[in-house]
Ligand binder design. Structure first.
Ligand SMILES: [Zn+2]
Length: 239
């Protein structure tokens, strides 16, 4: 069962109960389906989403036909980041990568609440810092790291956010996420499968060996994770 309480999303969990009560009035639990499009580039953002156990991919489109994942949002964050910066239009396409629950809020009441809720502001500024770091690291990763290491990184990031070692996944979907051709995805997935790090059949991905997958991943996985931990105050800047 989907847990739609405050504790199920880390941004909301960081807000004092008194502030959350005011916010809660406008938060509605929703079920998001795999493949559902939440935002399109250049279009108005009608709602912001606090994932509880769903996963949302942020994609940048090129030439109106090709797209590449530049970030992912799970229960550590919120989709609709431009609103934090005072912009009501999305720059990316946001698509549901893992079906599940979220708490949704219409953009107008969110704006009012954001302006008067200091705890929400602080949590979302910290999250925005981490998401920006994730987006820039992903850009460099896509340029410099090979497909096998990138796939390993992507699987680990997904695993952290869905809190599960198994999730539905197709090669076609992965190709869009990683900016690879389908054959490139198959090659990378087969290489990880041969090393017994993952198993993959009939649209279902299973992570068999997390430690091995971390070794196979590029350093971007740990870099982004450290930034998120720092943004949540779990790592001292000098560590
Ligand atoms: Zn990388």
């Amino acid at each position: 069962m989907t847990d739609n309480t405050q504790q199920a999303n880390r941004v909301l969990a960081s807000i004092p109960a008194r502030d959350y009560q005011r916010l809660q009035v406008n938060l509605a639990p929703v079920r998001l389906k795999f493949g559902e499009v939440l935002y399109e580039p250049g279009k108005a953002i009608k709602y912001v989403y606090f994932p509880t156990d769903c996963l949302i991919s942020l994609l940048t489109t090129v030439d109106k036909r090709r797209s590449l994942e530049v970030g992912m949002v799970g229960n550590e964050g919120m989709a609709g980041m431009p609103f934090i910066l005072g912009i009501g239009v999305s720059g990316v396409r946001a698509i549901v990568q893992g079906g599940g629950g979220a708490l949704r809020m219409a953009s107008a009441p969110f704006r009012v609440e954001f302006d008067r809720n200091a705890a929400l502001q602080e949590a979302l500024y910290r999250y925005t810092y981490a998401l920006m770091a994730q987006i820039s690291q992903t850009a460099a990763c896509n340029r410099f790291h090979d497909s096998e290491a990138r796939l390993a990184r992507w699987l680990l990031m997904t695993r952290d956010r869905v809190a599960s070692d198994t999730f539905p996944l197709t090669h076609k979907f992965l190709a869009h996420m990683l900016g690879l051709r389908r054959e490139g995805v198959s090659e990378a997935a087969n290489a990880l499968k041969r090393r017994k790090l993952i198993d993959y059949s009939r649209g279902n991905m299973e992570i068999m060996d997390v430690r091995g997958l971390k070794k196979a991943s590029c350093s971007c996985y740990q870099t982004v994770k450290t930034v998120f931990d720092r943004a949540q105050g779990r790592v001292h800047p000098m560590e």
